[in-house]
Design a protein around this ligand. Structure first.
Ligand code: SF4
Length: 383
């Protein structure tokens, strides 16, 4: 039977959420369970049949369901300061009350954190490991600061240690050809997602679906269905209307606003600006190049965008902005994520800088955002 976009999306979602408490109804998974950060080499876990869940992504789902304020208040009462990253405040609140829009993910047997996006995550995972009293693995990715050969050796040792640990946990032996196949799946998912993203500058599209659909590249990047889904999406977008040129092309620089129905400030932007690009939707476009499985995993996870030197980030961001055709940027000064905001420091187009948080809606002052985007529009139209 021919697969459809909706069918593939539903299948992937069902698979991911089936052991969350709301759907599992007390049924426990047969496989072991890992809770992982967004840039964990999940191909290793998939190859060893370990289930993996992403607390950051679930925090976004919680905010999209409008439950984040209550849960952040609860986690604050239980000792997690609201100045911490809102993903952690929101998710931990959900654990505290053992409830969320889809319940809670199955209890972890292992926690795996990486430092290739920020230093908050290993600290948050420490808090989780105290709560659950299970082993914590932290993978250190030195990024561009270390010579490539040394870094490859250093990271590969850690990937091999993770494989050993996961073999012990799952009681299975790694089949390297299976791992290679999964890495190839991830690469295909990235290639096809890039084709999807290439339509944002030229078609009349809201960024909303891009912000939501990238979720599959995060939670299911090495599953064959993800690349099939993106293939179909690219085909379908190819048949949509080209964009009219009457609105100002703008680059959305920062996270989606998960609590917002459109995930971006449509009330201030939709009439005057058209979002033609976003750095967030490219973050999981990992580069799986290399001569063997270890080099491919190293290339992908050591050189994530937030783990690059400022100079490289500047160049990448400049290229993205140029490809988007944007004449201005909406830059989010994110209360949770300083490392993301720093990415924006050297862009050379006009920008409106908004104080905001991707989860905590109380940080958004819509009137002030409207004034700032209004000034941006005026400056562009009169400049
Ligand atoms: S939002 Fe920023 S600080 Fe929070 S976990 Fe993600 S990268 Fe780290």
């Amino acid at each position: 039977m021919k697969k459809s976009i909706i069918g593939l999306q539903t299948g992937l979602m069902k698979e991911y959420y089936k052991y969350f408490s709301k759907y599992a109804k007390g049924k426990l998974p047969e496989q072991k369970v890992a809770w992982v950060t967004a840039f964990t080499p999940v191909e290793i876990l998939e190859a060893l049949d370990v289930l993996y869940y992403f607390p950051e992504s679930y925090a976004a789902v919680i905010a999209a369901s409008g439950k984040e304020q209550d849960l952040m208040q609860i986690s604050e009462r239980n000792g997690l300061n609201r100045d911490c990253c809102s993903y952690s405040c929101c998710f931990n609140g959900c654990l505290d009350v053992e409830d969320g829009p889809r319940g809670v993910p199955p209890r972890p047997d292992i926690l795996i954190a990486t430092n290739n996006q920020c230093d908050t995550l290993p600290n948050w995972w420490n808090v989780l490991s105290e709560k659950y009293d299970v082993p914590l693995v932290v993978i250190d990715y030195p990024g561009e600061g270390m010579n490539r050969e040394e870094a490859l050796r250093y990271v590969t040792e850690q990937h091999k240690a993770l494989i050993e640990r996961t073999e012990e946990l799952s009681g299975k032996r790694l089949d390297e050809s299976r791992l290679s196949e999964l890495i190839e799946n991830s690469k295909k998912s990235v290639d096809r997602w890039e084709r999807v993203c290439a339509y944002l500058p030229v078609k009349d599209l809201k960024p909303t679906s891009f912000f939501d659909d990238i979720n599959f590249l995060i939670t299911a990047r090495c599953k064959a269905e993800t690349s099939e889904l993106y293939e179909l999406m690219a085909e379908s977008l190819g048949n949509t209307e080209d964009a009219a040129d009457d609105r100002l092309p703008a680059f959305w620089l920062g996270y989606p606003l998960w609590y917002h129905k459109d995930r971006f400030l449509s009330e201030c932007l939709a009439d005057d600006f058209r979002i033609t690009g976003s750095n967030y939707i490219t973050w999981w476009n990992l580069d799986y190049s290399g001569s063997d499985i270890y080099e491919r995993l190293f290339s992908a996870y050591n050189y994530t965008f937030l783990n690059l030197l400022q100079e490289t980030r500047d160049k990448k961001l400049a290229a993205l902005i140029k490809a988007s055709g944007a004449k201005c940027a909406i830059v989010l000064h994110n209360k949770s994520c300083k490392c993301d905001f720093v990415s924006a420091k050297n862009i050379d187009i006009m920008q409106a800088e908004l104080d905001i948080d991707m989860i905590d809606s109380s940080y958004l002052n819509v009137d002030r955002a409207g004034v700032l985007t209004g000034i941006l529009k005026e400056a562009l139209c009169t400049g």
